[in-house]
Design a protein around this ligand. Structure first.
Ligand code: PGA
Length: 244
């Protein structure tokens, strides 16, 4: 159950979120809970969650270890401060910051090399869905960004299916639409890595997940978890999603 804060919350807001959030998920044992704040608040978030069942993720990284790359942050830098996860190729990164399947692949490799767990985002635009190209887009993103991983590397990633038309729009994919896409992604995984690896793959759904729709989404056996944007900003709301 992962929260993506995007470009929200300053240091003080980060601290007060965790003060309220930690106790309400303290009893949660059977699922992993991850929050991904902006870079600048990662150290505070790691500190605020020490000894708890909440892990911290970054929203992005750069694939080189270090160097003259002004404004970028590397995987080893994130790992060194106790970050455990990283979102890769979120659709906002693809749309506004020029990320491609190729850069996604490099970032996955860099994350894994540093011991971070990648949450790799895929998903179609509204125009793709309307043109009946959803599966073609998912296949391209899988083949281009993921399929060249070794089986061992593949076993460490989580995929997030986030239809772009459902992100921040209040339009959640129906459980059926989400499950169909997840099934298709799992078939891609089966084709490359075999049945066992495909079965073990965790696929999160993301796009307008809220406390009042999480249950019907999670009722789909194809949906293994959720990646939540807007509704992860409030401690009580996100806790009720985590503990749906
Ligand atoms: P949303 O964002 O829950 O605000 O739609 C999801 C995401 O972009 O990860």
């Amino acid at each position: 159950m992962a929260g993506n804060w995007k470009m929200y919350k300053n240091a003080a807001e980060t601290a007060s979120f965790f003060e309220a959030f930690r106790p309400v998920v303290a009893g949660t044992r059977d699922r992993e809970v991850v929050i991904c704040p902006p870079f600048v608040n990662l150290p505070a978030a790691v500190d605020a969650t020490k000894g708890s069942n909440v892990e911290i993720g970054a929203q992005n990284l750069y694939w080189e270890k270090e160097g003259a790359f002004t404004g970028e942050v590397s995987a080893p830098m994130l790992a060194a401060i106790g970050v455990k996860w990283v979102i890769i190729a979120h659709s906002e990164r693809r749309q506004f910051f020029g990320e491609t399947d190729e850069t996604a692949h490099k970032k996955i490799l860099a994350a894994l090399a540093a011991g971070l767990r990648p949450i790799v985002c895929v998903g179609e635009l509204l125009a793709d869905r309307e043109a009946n190209k959803t599966n073609a887009v998912l296949e391209r993103q899988f083949k281009g960004g993921i399929a060249a991983l070794t089986a061992e590397q593949f076993g460490k990633i989580v995929i997030a299916y986030e239809p772009v038309w459902a992100i921040g729009t209040g339009k959640t994919a129906t459980p059926q639409i989400a499950a169909d896409a997840h099934r298709f992604i799992r078939e891609q995984a089966r084709g490359v890595y075999g049945a066992e690896a495909a079965e073990a793959l965790r696929i999160l759904y993301g796009g307008s997940v809220k406390p009042d729709n999480v249950r019907e989404l999670m009722a789909q056996s194809e949906i293994d978890g959720v990646l939540v944007g807007g509704a992860s900003l409030k401690p009580e709301g996100f806790a009720s999603i985590v503990n749906y």
